[in-house]
Design a protein around this ligand. Structure first.
Ligand code: BTN
Length: 266
């Protein structure tokens, strides 16, 4: 699709009335939309500020990885969230964002995506979206002051670097739907969930869309691989697993941190 350019006006046109006041900025190139929002946080960026870039020269993934962000083919966006509740759970925001992206893809493109715990989104066994949530803590007050929610979607991305070629996929290389429409849909769905985040109603859909629950998984924690059955996801976004111990016993455990590498083995 030609002329699929990100634009503030076009995104706003796709937003529900009640979310139209949140400021949106679109850039041609940034190092990283998350990093830009962090810089802006210092200067008092407001709740809801959303930054998008056509290209990222230093796109960031989880666990210090890069996020491949070539020009004009993806959606690279970050949202500034000023949590109202003290100690509002960052994991819950990430979990909510995964559900919001899936709902948006369903509504705007008719695609049924699945979530790999914690927050990778898969379509046809390929990762098409990653989410990186970063918290800024007010050390004086000892609480989270802002949360930066970064969402990266391989929309029409091709020619992935060798190291991710076996995992990464693109939404639709020849998708005729403008990215502005999908961005608007993601924002609508996210804010809708965020308004009632504490009620955790969206967790039901998270579980339904999970491609991990009921599977055998391997996870890496503190440099050690463990094998387990993934049983469920609790209301705080923790993955409840039954770990196979060396003595043949099984032990229930809840995986909480986003710093865990998880592989589905069956
Ligand atoms: C992951 O899969 O490891 C998370 C990837 C998150 C990528 C997005 S793109 C927009 C925002 N800016 C970044 O630098 N990273 C996030």
């Amino acid at each position: 699709m030609k002329n699929d350019v990100l634009g503030v006006k076009e995104i706003h046109e796709n937003l529900h009335k009640k979310y139209k006041d949140y400021p949106i900025e679109v850039y041609k190139v940034l190092d990283s939309t998350n990093v830009e929002l962090k810089r802006r946080a210092v200067n008092g960026a407001v709740h809801g500020l959303t930054i998008l870039s056509e290209e990222q020269t230093a796109g960031k993934g989880r666990m210090g990885r890069d996020f491949y962000s070539p020009n004009g083919t993806g959606i690279y966006m970050s949202i500034m969230i000023k949590p109202e509740m003290i100690g509002e759970d960052v994991v819950l925001i990430t979990t909510a964002a995964s559900v919001a992206v899936c709902r948006a893809l369903e509504k705007s493109l008719g695609m049924s995506a699945r979530i790999k715990w914690v927050n990778d989104i898969y379509l046809n066994e390929r990762k098409i979206c990653g989410i990186l949530t970063e918290a800024i803590t007010d050390t004086g007050k000892g609480r989270i002051e802002s949360v930066i929610l970064g969402i990266g979607i391989n929309y029409r991305t091709e020619n992935f670097p060798q190291e991710i070629r076996g995992i990464a996929g693109s939404l639709l290389p020849d998708c005729a739907v403008p990215r502005n429409l999908v961005v608007g849909a993601i924002l609508n769905e996210f804010w809708e969930i965020y308004e009632k985040l504490a009620e955790r109603e969206f967790m039901k859909e998270y579980r339904k869309r999970s491609n991990v629950i009921g599977k055998e998984v391997r996870f890496l924690v503190d440099g050690e691989w463990e094998t387990a059955n993934a049983l469920d996801v609790d209301d705080d976004g923790g993955l409840i697993v039954e770990v196979f111990k060396e003595d043949g016993m099984k032990q229930k455990q809840v995986l909480r941190t986003g710093e865990i590498t998880l592989r589905i083995t069956e």
